[in-house]
Design a protein around this ligand. Structure first.
Ligand code: SF4
Length: 460
C-alpha cells in the first residue's frame, strides 16, 4: 500500500485494516474498522475519502473513539475537565496533573456533520433559544443536555471577554441550565502604545505587559480550580513538565505540517491534516497517544516524501485554508478541484506554536493564551496568515466562513484585502454548512475558479 498512496473509500480503508500484515505488529486496541462508527450513526464517514494507510486508520480510530476514552476515564475515577473556548491553553495545564483528562466540549460542533444531523443536537439547541443565528458550536449545548456524547465534566472552564459573541451566549445559556462554569477573563489584545512595555507572544504578535499580567492572574485562578478538582497541587515543576510534554506533541505536528505542506507531490490528503492539527488542541483526551498517532503519520509522510510519492497529481495548486470547515467533506472537494493544502489557520495557531520553556511556566502560558489569533484585531490575524502563506509558498487562499459565526461577517473581507495587497494571491470566500451536500456544486465551481486563477498566474 506504500507503493501507491491514494485516497480511498471507507470500505477500502476498512479492508486495509482487515488485511494488516502480522509483521506490522499489534495495533492499539482502539484501532478498528470505521464501519463500526457508521453503525453508531456516524454516517458522514460513508461520504468521505481517506488516506489509504494504517497511519490514517489509526488517526481516524483515535479521533472517533474519544467519547469512549472519556467514559473510561470517568469509570476509572479520573478527573474530567471540560475546557471551553481558549483552544489550547487550559488542557496543557490540566494534563500537567496526574489522573486528569481534559477535552473541549466545543468539539461537538462536528457532531452534526459526522452524524449528518441525525443526533438532533442543533434542533435541541434551537429549543433552548440558541438557533441558527449562532455558529454550529451550539451543538455543544445539545450534547450537554441530552448527555449522549461526552460525560459531564467535573470542572468546566470558559474564557470570556474577548471571545466571540456566539460562544459567550452559548456558554451563558449552558450555565443557566445548571452547569457551573469557571469563567476566566481574556482581554481584547491590543498593540502596545508608544513607550508602553511590550511583550512578544509565541504566535508572533506583541501585547502590552499589563495585558499579559492580567491573563497570568486569570490563569492562576484556573490553576487553583484545577488543583482543587484534582486534589493535587499544580506546582511550577508539574507545569514545566506539562509544557515540555505539550511541546513534544507540537514539535511532531510541526514537522508533519512542514513536510505535508511543502513536499511535492502532496504526500497526505487535506482531510487527514485537518484532523492531525485538531489533535494539538486537547490531544483527543490522551496526550501520549496523540503524540504516537502523529509520529506514525509523520513516518508515513516522510517515507512518501523520500520516495517522491504523493496522493495527488504533481503540481496541484497550493492553497492556504483559513478557518475549519463544519463539513469535513469540503477538504476532499478542494482536492477534487485540483487544489492541495499548503497551510492552514484553523483559529488556533497558538495551539501549534511552541510554548516558551525559558520563562516561568505561568508567564509562558499567559503569553501563549494571549497569542490567540481570535482575541486580537483581524488585521493581526491577517498578518499571521500572510506570513504563513508566504512561508509555505501558497498560490491561493480560501477563507471558509462558518455559518452564523459572528467573527465571520467582516474578517473575511479584512483577510482577503490584506492577502491580496501583500501577496497578490487570488482569494475566495466560501461558506460551508455542517452538511454541505446542497451547496457542493457551488463550492466546486468557486474552488475550481480559484484553482484556475492560480494556474494562470504560474510562469509558462
Ligand atoms: S463563532 Fe467562531 S470562534 Fe466563536 S465558537 Fe464559533 S467557530 Fe469558534
Amino acid at each position: 500500500m506504500n507503493e501507491r498512496p491514494r485516497r480511498v473509500s471507507m470500505a477500502d480503508l476498512d479492508a486495509l485494516c482487515a488485511a494488516r500484515p502480522p509483521a506490522a505488529g499489534p495495533a492499539p486496541a482502539y484501532v478498528g474498522p470505521l464501519e463500526r462508527h457508521v453503525r453508531d450513526g456516524d454516517r458522514r464517514l460513508l461520504h468521505l475519502e481517506y488516506d489509504g494507510s494504517p497511519a490514517a486508520l489509526r488517526l481516524w480510530s483515535f479521533l472517533l473513539t474519544e467519547e469512549d476514552r472519556l467514559h473510561a476515564a470517568r469509570a476509572a475515577g479520573k478527573t474530567i475537565v471540560g475546557a471551553m473556548k481558549d483552544l489550547g491553553t487550559v488542557p496543557v495545564m490540566a494534563y500537567a496533573l496526574p489522573d486528569v483528562v481534559a477535552f473541549y466540549p466545543d468539539g461537538a460542533w462536528w457532531t452534526p456533520c459526522i452524524m449528518e444531523l441525525e443526533a438532533g443536537l442543533l434542533r435541541l439547541a434551537d429549543t433552548l433559544g440558541i438557533g441558527d443565528a449562532f455558529c454550529p458550536v451550539r451543538a455543544m449545548l445539545g450534547a450537554f443536555v441530552n448527555r449522549r456524547h461526552f460525560p459531564i465534566p467535573d470542572l468546566l472552564t470558559c474564557s470570556a471577554g474577548a471571545t466571540c459573541d456566539d460562544f459567550s451566549a452559548i456558554a451563558q445559556r449552558l450555565e443557566s441550565l445548571g452547569f457551573p462554569i469557571l469563567w476566566w477573563e481574556m482581554p481584547a489584545r491590543r498593540r502596545p502604545d508608544p513607550g508602553e512595555t511590550a511583550v512578544p507572544l509565541p504566535t508572533g504578535f506583541e501585547a502590552p505587559a499589563s495585558q499579559v499580567a492580567l491573563v497570568r492572574s486569570e490563569l492562576e485562578r484556573v490553576r487553583q480550580a484545577l488543583a482543587d478538582a484534582a486534589g493535587c497541587d499544580l506546582t511550577d515543576a508539574r507545569l514545566a513538565s506539562g509544557l515540555r510534554r505539550a511541546n513534544r506533541v507540537r514539535a511532531v505536528l510541526d514537522r508533519l505540517r512542514h513536510l505535508a505542506y511543502t513536499a511535492e507531490p502532496c504526500p497526505i490528503p487535506a482531510l487527514e491534516m485537518l484532523i492531525a492539527e485538531m489533535l494539538a488542541i486537547h490531544f483527543c483526551s490522551d496526550q501520549a497517544e496523540a503524540e504516537a498517532v502523529l509520529a506514525d503519520l509523520l513516518d508515513e509522510v516522510r517515507r512518501r516524501a523520500d520516495a517522491g510519492k504523493g496522493v495527488l497529481q504533481p503540481r496541484a495548486v497550493r492553497v492556504f485554508w483559513v478557518n475549519p470547515v463544519a463539513d469535513l467533506r469540503a477538504m476532499n472537494v478542494l482536492e477534487d478541484c485540483g487544489g492541495r493544502l499548503c497551510g492552514t489557520e484553523f483559529l488556533f495557531c497558538h495551539a501549534l506554536d511552541p510554548i516558551p520553556q525559558d520563562l516561568p511556566p505561568m508567564e509562558a502560558l499567559a503569553r501563549t493564551a494571549l497569542g490567540d489569533p481570535m482575541v486580537g484585531p483581524a488585521t493581526d490575524r491577517a498578518e499571521r496568515i500572510v506570513r504563513d502563506a508566504r512561508r509555505f509558498g501558497a498560490e491561493a487562499v480560501v477563507v471558509s466562513r462558518i455559518p452564523g459565526a459572528s467573527h465571520c461577517a467582516l474578517e473575511g473581507a479584512v483577510i482577503g484585502e490584506v492577502v491580496r495587497r501583500r501577496l497578490g494571491l487570488p482569494v475566495v470566500e466560501i461558506e460551508v454548512p455542517p452538511v454541505a451536500d446542497a451547496v457542493l456544486p457551488t463550492l466546486r465551481t468557486r474552488l475550481e475558479a480559484l484553482v484556475e486563477a492560480a494556474e494562470q498566474r504560474r510562469e509558462p
